[in-house]
Design a protein around this ligand. Sequence first.
Ligand code: CTP
Ligand code: CA
Length: 226
Amino acid sequence: CAEQFDFQALSGRHVCITAGPTREALDPVRYISNHSSGKMGYALAEAARDAGARVTLISGPVNLAAPDRVERVQVESALQMLDAAMATLHDCDLFIAAAAVADYRPVAVAEHKMKKGSDEIMELRLTKNPDIVASVAAADSRPFTVGFAAETRDVLQYARDKLTRKRLDLIIANDVSAEGIGFNSDENAVTLIGPNSEETLPQSSKQQLARQLINRIAEHFNEQTK
Ligand code: CTP
Ligand code: CA
């Protein structure tokens, strides 16, 4: 792709990005989580940095090194990720939620390792986690807020619904049913949706795509704050 990357698009801005999965503890040795690699969020952090921004990367547990010149805040659970997001919010211009936050966590965390019972069936009681990106978007003097929607069907419809429901400025719709893209893979193809816009970016490496997304997001952001 011959598109020019704008190395100044976000200069002087503070960009906060959530990335990776969260881990919801069951007991001292077990947790509920998902297969998110964190690659998309980390690629966005590098692209935002290259566009001149100061970047805070709020990351769940992943096998990735902290990018150079990016401040990484490491968290485990959704509640910790929410705390970290709320703590950086006050001086954040742009918030991008790329994390795959666990929708539920165990109602209680056992103090000791749970023992196997005699029953063949074991049931877990779960409670809903707070919605981090929606909490950010609901805050006073909120940053320009961008979310992701990972879907396996009715992708654009669900994404538009999340854009409205979470009061986001933009949403990046991601079809994770297709082979070789999305979750835990190196490539991705997405549609960037705003209240009055829709643009599909072709499949490419997460690095390439991150740069295109940061360019586009910066354009929408600069348009709104003009
Ligand atoms: N998100 C979040 N906090 C949560 C759940 C999701 O910040 N507790 C964010 C994700 O980081 C993403 C967006 O919300 O930017 C959409 O996540 P997704 O899992 O697609 O949406 P949900 O609202 O959880 O709906 P569902 O999983 O039922 O499709
Ligand atoms: Ca979810």
